[in-house]
Design a protein around this ligand. Structure first.
Ligand SMILES: NC(=O)c1ccc[n+]([C@@H]2O[C@H](COP(=O)([O-])OP(=O)(O)OC[C@H]3O[C@@H](n4cnc5c(N)ncnc54)[C@H](OP(=O)(O)O)[C@@H]3O)[C@@H](O)[C@H]2O)c1
Length: 329
């Protein structure tokens, strides 16, 4: 049998356990070109919250009764596809919050557990890492010596953004919730500064940490954090809009006026990682090399068991996670 987590009602604000139910269903049979995967780790992502709302965004809304959308790494336990064998480890972007899934081999990424443990293929070497790589390098275009600021800096994407920027010779300033996270991004991830946005002196401290202004802002959050970075942007600065998690539970918020974009000749660029899959080979080459060399620290927040998925998801949306949120099944 397959245990699955389905959406039973739409959250109003922060999701709660009552929005979900665990159901048991018979295992699906893989068809031609498909495989059956036993999930060993699920990767939780804030965009799943967007899919729980009725209003459409870049992420297609779930219908009530749907298995919650999410990434998984697992082992092929039955294969009807020539390119994959039983025992292979694969990453599925659409594995979902369940113990097993069936997918076409062409939709899966075969991963090498010798290079990195399976869970890392959901974080540093998975979607989080690739989001950071494409967003920062292709769109933020940081140059050596420039100042890069990243929000949600200790999280799955933010930690990778800051570490890649450091490897590119930038001054890196991370914004995170709480002194422990602000300390972590400096001591463990090697950023130049970590600033706690909950501190009453946040805006003042952020300015002091950016004596040359901000050349690239990697936006994961929105809201008051964005408002504090905005006046520090330099002429010709680049803002990469990756996520706006402050709005996922609370709804849309007004932002700064466009005059700053005009006056400072800013480039503000939204992006979705899935539009940049042509960069996967470059990403795996570079990130794989950095990871093997020990230049990238892959901090994970690990929970165990399908029943811990919803609590871990709520913790992530409210800042309780430390690193990429994964659940070991
Ligand atoms: N564009 C894309 O293709 C793409 C792909 C992947 C992810 N994303 C986006 O990237 C961002 C980070 O995702 P992730 O998977 O790496 O999650 P994450 O950063 O590991 O976890 C979410 C973090 O958001 C912060 N947060 C939550 N509510 C906040 C608020 N109201 N104000 C400020 N910070 C808040 C919390 O950190 P603190 O404790 O520091 O507050 C929390 O730890 C999200 O916005 C996500 O939607 C976009």
């Amino acid at each position: 049998m397959n245990r699955q987590i389905v959406l039973t009602s739409r959250p109003d604000g922060v999701p709660c356990q009552e929005n979900f139910r665990v159901v048991e269903t018979p295992l699906d049979e893989p068809g031609d070109g498909q495989v059956l995967i036993r999930h060993t780790f699920l990767g939780l992502a804030p965009s799943a919250r967007l899919r729980m709302s009725e209003e459409s965004s870049y992420a297609q809304p779930l219908a009530l009764g749907d298995v919650v959308y999410g990434q998984a790494v697992g082992e092929v336990v039955k294969s009807h596809a020539p390119s994959l064998r039983e025992g292979d480890t694969v990453m599925s972007v659409r594995g979902g919050w369940q113990q097993y899934s069936v997918a076409a081999a062409s939709d899966l990424v075969k991963v090498d557990p010798e290079v990195a443990p399976p869970s890392v293929w959901l974080g540093a070497l998975g979607t989080s890492g690739m989001t950071a790589y494409v967003g920062l390098l292709d769109l933020g275009k940081p140059r050596e010596g420039e100042t890069v600021v990243v929000s949600a800096a200790s999280g799955g994407v933010g930690a990778m953004v800051g570490q890649i920027a450091r490897l590119k010779g930038c001054r890196v300033v991370g914004i995170a919730g709480g002194e422990a996270k602000a300390h972590h991004v400096v001591e463990t991830l090697g950023f130049d500064a970590g600033i706690d946005y909950r501190n009453p002196d946040f805006a003042f401290r952020l300015k002091a940490a950016c004596p040359d202004g901000v050349h690239v802002y990697f936006e994961n959050v929105g809201g008051s954090v964005r408002d504090a970075v905005w006046p520090l942007m330099n002429q010709g600065g680049r803002i990469v809009v990756c996520g706006l998690i402050a709005e996922y539970n609370e709804g849309r918020q007004a932002g700064p006026g466009w005059f700053g974009i005009l006056a400072k000749r800013l480039t503000v660029r939204g992006f979705i990682m899935g539009d940049h899959l042509n960069r996967r080979d470059d990403f795996l080459r570079d990130m794989g090399a950095w990871y093997r060399a020990g230049d990238i620290h892959a901090q994970e927040d690990v929970s165990e068991g399908l029943d811990s998925v919803v609590p871990a998801f709520i913790r992530m949306l409210t800042g309780g996670n430390f690193g990429k949120t994964v659940v070991k099944l």
